[in-house]
Design a protein around this ligand. Sequence first.
Ligand code: FE2
Ligand code: FE2
Length: 291
Amino acid sequence: MWNLLRSTIKSTPGTVSIIPQRMNFDFKNTPKHWFDNEPVQTHLMNALSLTFPDGERFFVDSVRHFRNIATSKKQQQEISGFIGQEAMHSLEHDTFNKMLAATGYKEEAEGGQNLAQKIIAGGRKRLSHKEQLAATAALEHITAIMAQWLLSDPSVLEKIDPSVRQLWFWHAIEETEHKAVAFDLLQQVTDGDYLTRVRVMAPATWFLMLYCFVYTGAFLKKDGLHNKPLVIAKGLWQLAKPGGLFASVVPAWFQYFKPGFHPWDDDDSAEISQWRASLTEAMATLQAEAA
Ligand SMILES: [Fe+2]
Ligand SMILES: [Fe+2]
């Protein structure tokens, strides 16, 4: 019966390159509520950003531990690309988090990063290397489906203030490019074992949700908005309504439990080159404006 639940190893499509890129973002004049001029969604994404520097280092280490079992040159290159991309995400989000600290959210940015560090240190201590890789594959599914929400409808990207838009755009593109790297390695390490893959998903999601709940609340409190029911209700509706983050991510989250699931079942490889071209164009405009 367990054989029926195994995922196949499909790997990343040949048209997708996983190449790290240092962006050196410099965030200037970012408004307080930079996502759609709306505090709840903005602070949820701020809370997520606080988890990225240490979270992505955890992803890198969990993959690096097993990188020697890569079976082909292509897979070795994908793993190197994954490690490089996540390392760059850590650096760029560190800059973003420093911007938050410098613009009135010092305690929240520092406290949030300290808490994320503690949770991740606990994971490193308690989980075996295989379980750490499984946690990475599960969290990579979550980042990939969030990226899909951000990329698949251009109106979402337009809601992000131009001062920080390219950070989120770039990160979402790269999460899509490398969405199967940890997953495929896990399949090899565990011989496609279904239970090892799925049993970490619920606790990993739970920790992430709890963390985001606490830190979204902390940012809102700083703004004096945590006790404004109308503001909270409006933000929650934006997340839950069709096209909102939760409405998009929740059904996609369940796909991970499908026997035989693979991240590239949802093949958006054809769109990647268009997104990359838009990003290059947007970065050129930013640089011309800064010059
Ligand atoms: Fe990342
Ligand atoms: Fe990632």
